[in-house]
Every structure is written in structure tokens, then in C-alpha cells.
Design a protein around this ligand. Structure first.
Ligand SMILES: [Zn+2]
Length: 510
């Protein structure tokens, strides 16, 4: 007899419905899985057999054929254990086929028949909803995450036996409801606070400007000047994620298997800091079954590259297109997947190979040539996508101990939020910022006073700025004007923006 059970498959964050077709026929006992399953699905065979037997069900000594359709779609992961087991039960009359019909099933089985959590539950449940399927059975551990999807009834089950009793209506399972208000307001992840940073006024200001306009930033300074401390505090001054944005971030983390059962919703801005030995695939995503990379895990948050010149050149270059487009596209023979990657890039590096060029306390032993070579490992086109360049000086110990704690993140964040609101009203878009302005928009929205215009012209002549630097300076100046709640870019705003671009000449980069 033939039974069909519904499940889902993902490619990237998109997905499709999968029909798990199970046929049980007379003949020599066998158990075949077809429909391009990977090793994990083949292992499912052993798990399903053991789970059925250990749950007290009859495992038929017949010819069992399982087809995961459509066949052209690559499927992975152990989430088909549950639909395969249910299909065998239905095809052998151990459960009522009709009772299974309304449900989409996903879940990994242990050998004893209990269910294990799976990754990608949230995007998989979203696929079900897209197909207007509103009844979904998931492992109990994934119920919180699954119930973030509105308009779908989630039935958490702990074991095959429990599902069996549920389908026989011997054991009621109420659809699981996530309390979204509580999830959004619960404080389970505190940001680090800018108040911890004493001194460093210029760096604090630059981070505020970067946050206000969503600008990428490169910090240059000797070891121990606090670049990492500063970077780690950036997510805390960015505006809060909306529920929709939190869902976006959660989908990616779910797919990567990084969600914690008790914290099903990632509502904090991500902060990802891959090591400089990271491969291209781990940064932008990839693999046989493509996985999101660090840049996508940092979506709507911060990607921090410490010691940026030490990263592999191909890995750094792979960031260029995603930085421009806000999306990562991975091509495979059979398919192309896309992951979102709207991030703020924060780079940090020493000023030179020895680390002490321009330091107030130690002498640099490098030649201009070495300094130039070191920083030019960050290629021009990549550097071009970084709007703010910031020197982080060493703060003397006396100064550190004398200073009051810095301004707290909550206060800075209010100014950042006000500046972002101006940008969103100006562009009529919800999720945008000055950093993403197109060249025609820069011309349209950047209005300068006469003084500011004169200053811009003079800066180009004297600092030998490239034409490409022009738009970047104007975008940053617009953000500074937004922070000042000014409709027009004044000379002071422009002057500050120009100073965030003067590293090229100092570090022999132009
Ligand atoms: Zn040096």
C-alpha cells in the first residue's frame, strides 16, 4: 500500500514542499530510499527501523520503498525521519492514513523513538505556511521557534508513540503558542555598554556616526588601544530590531543550528567576529549543501574583522559583492541559493607590521614601503566600501584612570535612532540608511551650504581625494547632519566627514 506524508526542504532560506511517498509491497524484505538523499537521509533508514521497533510498532518484513519527491531537489538533514516513519505506519495500516493528511511533519528520531531537535525549523515552517498548510508537527524542542510563525498551528511531540496517540485522538496536543510580546521584551542578552570606555572621545564619536548611518568603519591603531572593546559595543548603540527583522535573523541562525531552545527568537543585533584564518566558505557561506557564512550570520548586525590585513586575500575579496548588494549568492551545479547579508563591517588593524607606526609610546621599526604593503592587503575596492577610517590612539594611563565613565550606550542609541528615523522618512523606506544611498540619491539628498561647498572643493584639491571618495564623504556628512537634526550639510559637518577619509595619504595608500 502507498502512503504520502508532507514535509519540506530548503534551498537557502527558500523552500519547497516535499512529498514523502512510502510504498510497502510483498517481496524480499528491503528498505530503499530514493530521491537524491544524502548520507544523512540514508542513515535515516537505520534510525527509522530501530525507532519503530523500539516504540512497539511492527516493522514490516516486506519491500519498502521511500521516495522523497520532487527528485530534482537536493535534500539533507535528518528532518525526514519522522515523516518516513509515519509513512511506514500509514502504509502498513498501523495508523490511519486520512488522519495524517492535514499535517506537515519534520523531526529526527532517536533509536528509542523519541524525537530530537532539528535545525532550520523556522524557515521550514514558513515554507509550510507559504503552501497554505497550517498544521505542522515538530519536535517539542523546536516548538517555541516554530510557533513564531503566525497563522500556523504547531503541534509539539516528544516521541513516535505520542504522535500515534495524538493522531488516534487519545492524547490531545494543543497548538503551541509563543508569547511574542514576552519574547521581544525579555532581556536575555545584554549588550556591552559604551560607558565602560574611558577617554577615546573621537573613536566613540566615529562609532556613533557609523551606527547612525549604517556605515562600515575601519579602525587603525596599535595593539592594546581598545579597538576590539569599541567594536563589541557597536551593536548596543544600533536601533532595536523590529519583530520582522528579528525573524529574519532567527531564520538564518535556525538554519545554521545556532538557536538555543529557551531563546527561540534572536532579537539582539548579531555580532560576529571570525578569526583571520577563516576560509572564504566560512565567511560568505558555501559547502556541498550550502550553509550561511559569517556575513549572513551577522545579517542586520556587525561583522567584525580583527587584524583585517591578516585575512586571506580571497576571503576578503569575497566580501566585496555582498557588501555592495546586501546579499550572498552561492551557485551550485543543481541550484543557486541566496542568503541575506546586510551588515555593518567593522575592520580593525594595526597601522603597520610591527604595530607601532604613529604610536606615542613606542617607535615603529617599519619602512614606508612595509607600511604601505601591509595596509594595501586590504584592496582599494574593498577599502572603498568602508566609509569611515578611524585612527584609535593610545590613551595614557593617567588619562584613563582620571576620566569619568563614558556616556552610556542607551543615551547614544537615542540619538542614533533619531538620525535613522530622519533617513527613513527622507527615503520613505523602513529598513534603510545613508550608507546604502545610490549615487543619484546622494546628489538628490545632500544639500550643502555655500561654505560647505567651498570646503569640499578645497579638500579635493589639497588632499588629492579620489572621485570615489566624493560620494562617501557626502554620505557621512549627511549622517552627521542627521545626528545634528539639520536639514542642510554645514561646513562643520563636512569637515568632520573629511577627517574620516584622510588615512589614504597618511598611510601611503593613495
Ligand atoms: Zn611599524
Amino acid at each position: 500500500m502507498l502512503a504520502i506524508v508532507k514535509s519540506t526542504a530548503l534551498y537557502g532560506l527558500e523552500g519547497r514542499l516535499v512529498q514523502v511517498e512510502v510504498d510497502v509491497a510483498n517481496g524480499l524484505p528491503s528498505f530503499d530510499l530514493v530521491g537524491l538523499p544524502d548520507a544523512a537521509v540514508r542513515e535515516a533508514r537505520d534510525r527509522v527501523r530501530a525507532a519503530l521497533k523500539n516504540s512497539g510498532f511492527d516493522f514490516p518484513a516486506k519491500r519498502i520503498t521511500v521516495n522523497l519527491a520532487p527528485a530534482d531537489l537536493k535534500k539533507e538533514g535528518p528532518l525526514y525521519d519522522l515523516p518516513i516513519a509515519a509513512g511506514i505506519l500509514a502504509a502498513t495500516g498501523q495508523i490511519d492514513h486520512l488522519k495524517l493528511l492535514p499535517y506537515v511533519l519534520m523531526g529526527e528520531l532517536s533509536l528509542d523513538g523519541t524525537l530530537r531537535e532539528i535545525s532550520g525549523t523556522l524557515p521550514n515552517v514558513l515554507v509550510a505556511r507559504e503552501q497554505n498548510l497550517t498544521e505542522v508537527i515538530v519536535p517539542a524542542q523546536n516548538a517555541n521557534e516554530a510557533s513564531l510563525v503566525q497563522g500556523v498551528n504547531i503541534y509539539p511531540v516528544t516521541s513516535l508513540n505520542q504522535m500515534d496517540r495524538f493522531l488516534r485522538q487519545e492524547n490531545e496536543i494543543k497548538p503551541w503558542q509563543a508569547d511574542i510580546t514576552t519574547l521581544m521584551t525579555a532581556h536575555h542578552q545584554e549588550y556591552l555598554d559604551m560607558a565602560d570606555i574611558r577617554g577615546q572621545e573621537a573613536a566613540r564619536r566615529a562609532l556613533e556616526v557609523a551606527a547612525a548611518g549604517g556605515h562600515n568603519i575601519l579602525m587603525i591603531g596599535s595593539p592594546g588601544t581598545g579597538k576590539t572593546m569599541l567594536a563589541r559595543r557597536l551593536p548596543g548603540i544600533l536601533p532595536d530590531l523590529s519583530f520582522e527583522e528579528a525573524i529574519e535573523v532567527t531564520k538564518i541562525h535556525s538554519l545554521a543550528g545556532l538557536l538555543k531552545p529557551n531563546y527561540p527568537l534572536v532579537k539582539a543585533r548579531p555580532f560576529r567576529a571570525p578569526h583571520h584564518t577563516a576560509s572564504t566558505a566560512s565567511l560568505v557561506g558555501g559547502g556541498h549543501f550550502p550553509r550561511p557564512g559569517e556575513i549572513s550570520l551577522a545579517h542586520l548586525g556587525v561583522l567584525f574583522l580583527d587584524e583585517m590585513p591578516e585575512f586571506r586575500k580571497d576571503a576578503l575579496e569575497s566580501l566585496r559583492a555582498p557588501l555592495e548588494d546586501g546579499i550572498v549568492t552561492i551557485s551550485r551545479v543543481s541550484t543557486t541559493v541566496a542568503y541575506p547579508a546586510q551588515i555593518m563591517l567593522v575592520g580593525a588593524c594595526n597601522p603597520c607590521p610591527c604595530g607601532y607606526y604613529g604610536d606615542s609610546q613606542r617607535a615603529c621599526s617599519c619602512t614606508p614601503n612595509q607600511i604601505q604593503r601591509y595596509l594595501s592587503r586590504i584592496s582599494g575596492p574593498l577599502l572603498d566600501r568602508i566609509d569611515l577610517h578611524l585612527e584609535v590612539p593610545r590613551v595614557a594611563y593617567q588619562e584613563l584612570s582620571a576620566k569619568e565613565p563614558g556616556e552610556p550606550s542607551a543615551v547614544i542609541k537615542k540619538r542614533v535612532q533619531a538620525a535613522r528615523r530622519r533617513q527613513q522618512e527622507r527615503l520613505g523606506l523602513k529598513n534603510t540608511c545613508n550608507a546604502r544611498l545610490k549615487p543619484n540619491e546622494v546628489r538628490k539628498y545632500c544639500h550643502l551650504t555655500i561654505d560647505a561647498r567651498a570646503l569640499l572643493a578645497a579638500a579635493f584639491r589639497q588632499l588629492h581625494l579620489s572621485a570615489r571618495a566624493h560620494d562617501r564623504i557626502l554620505k557621512v556628512a549627511l549622517t552627521i547632519a542627521d545626528l545634528a537634526q539639520s536639514e542642510i550639510i554645514e561646513a562643520a559637518h563636512l569637515a568632520e566627514a573629511i577627517q574620516y577619509r584622510n588615512l589614504e595619504s597618511k598611510y601611503y595608500l593613495s
